[in-house]
Ligand binder design. Structure first.
Ligand SMILES: NC(=O)c1ccc[n+]([C@@H]2O[C@H](COP(=O)([O-])OP(=O)(O)OC[C@H]3O[C@@H](n4cnc5c(N)ncnc54)[C@H](O)[C@@H]3O)[C@@H](O)[C@H]2O)c1
Ligand SMILES: O[C@H]1[C@H](O)[C@@H](O)[C@H](O)[C@@H](O)[C@H]1O
Length: 337
């Protein structure tokens, strides 16, 4: 049976996920969409040739009898209410990051899911599905570089709009490193700190850019993440793990090396949609396949909570300049180890 999906929020990633469900993936179809701009939702239906009803709001869409699973791709502050509504109806829900904009909000979702008694929520952290990160984890887990000691990361976007604020460098951008490094190292965070280098002249007046996030894990690994969202030159994700006996780097996305006009060059991507296109496909196909078998896997509501607690500590650290401890609630047995 084809899984019938309803999409809440038909902006950049909502459209992209609707496109991949319709054109690239198998086993699912988009039967419902909604957006606070209904005209835009209607345009997406037409553009992608969907056989989908446009609902007035997310709650009506979740309640619709033919919607079997929900995709939440609206703005972050709206995620919590839609995920809670889906859980209340026992419908599986794939929620783009952030699961909720506060750790308390994520905890409300964790509690609702635990009370429901079965996993319903997958969070859209796609990097653990990226084949480069998977290869890097394989090197670490098979002990080829010894125990990890230090991780150096960079998360660079070419530019951001005026609405992008200093805390979004954490909640929108570094949140990916917060999640993927926890998975990569099989560790949790103990403390965080934020330091500010000289500011780029290409950032808007209200935005601190670049920033350096320093994190220490429970096992004592030290991590530095450079987040630079107006780097101009491309979309560039770097990760280098220093182990006891060797160093392993995240592979670069494959591109054709070119010799031309007296240059030996390799192109750099400029768009996050392209950089992780395969990972998005694999994560969403995984959600569809699992739900069709009556299950939900992948990054859990607990992973969403862990990321939010760490992000909250980073945002506090941005303001105080202090080393801020990361204090997580005890992990419910429901989520395994
Ligand atoms: N995993 C990733 O790499 C990744 C990439 C991009 C975006 N995201 C996340 O996805 C979410 C959406 O990001 P985006 O870039 O598509 O933003 P966007 O602004 O392009 O799209 C969001 C859409 O949601 C709609 N919306 C807002 N409130 C709504 C509501 N209450 N009900 C219905 N629709 C509503 C807006 O009108 C807009 O069309 C964000 O949380 C973002 O962090 C994740
Ligand atoms: O929402 C996007 C997306 O999550 C990208 O992966 C990230 O690089 C951007 O900084 C963020 O704004």
């Amino acid at each position: 049976m084809t899984l019938k999906i309803g999409v809440i929020g038909t902006g950049a990633i909502g459209q992209d996920h609707a496109r991949r469900i319709t054109q690239s993936l198998s086993g699912a179809t988009v039967v419902a969409v909604t957006d606070i701009h209904p005209q835009q939702a209607q345009e997406v239906v037409q553009k992608l040739g969907l056989n989908a009803t446009v609902y007035a709001n997310g709650h009506d869409l979740i309640a619709a009898a033919d919607v079997e699973a929900v995709l939440v791709t609206s703005w972050g502050p709206t995620h919590e209410e839609f995920v809670l509504a889906a859980i209340a109806r026992g419908k599986p829900v794939f929620c783009e990051k952030p699961l909720a904009v506060t750790a308390e909000g994520c905890m409300r979702i964790v509690q609702a899911e635990v009370e429901h008694g079965k996993r319903l929520v997958q969070v859209g952290f796609m990097r653990p599905y990226d084949k480069g990160y998977r290869a890097l984890k394989n090197v670490i887990d098979s002990d080829q570089i010894g125990a990890p000691l230090i991780v150096h990361c960079a998360h660079r976007n070419p530019s951001v709009g005026d609405g992008y604020t200093t805390d979004m460098a954490i909640t929108d951008t570094v949140i990916h490193e917060i999640d993927v490094l926890r998975w990569l190292l099989d560790d949790d965070y103990a403390s965080v700190q934020v330091v500010y280098p000289k500011k780029t002249r290409n950032a808007s007046s209200h935005l601190a850019d670049p920033q350096i996030i320093l994190m220490e894990t429970a096992k004592g690994v030290r991590i530095d993440v450079e987040v630079f969202v107006n780097c101009q030159y491309g979309y560039d994700i770097q990760c280098e793990v220093v182990g006891e006996t060797g160093i392993a780097r995240l592979p670069e996305p494959s591109a054709v090396p070119m010799r031309s006009q007296a240059r030996n060059s390799v192109a750099i991507l400029t768009d996050w949609k392209q950089r992780f296109i395969d990972a998005y496909d694999v994560e969403l196909q995984g959600f569809i396949d699992a739900v069709r078998q009556g299950e939900v896997g992948g990054p859990s509501a607990w992973d969403g909570y862990a990321a939010a607690v760490t992000a909250d500590a980073c945002v506090l650290a941005q303001k105080t300049g202090d080393i801020v401890p990361v204090r997580m609630a005890p992990r419910p047995a429901f989520y395994g180890r």
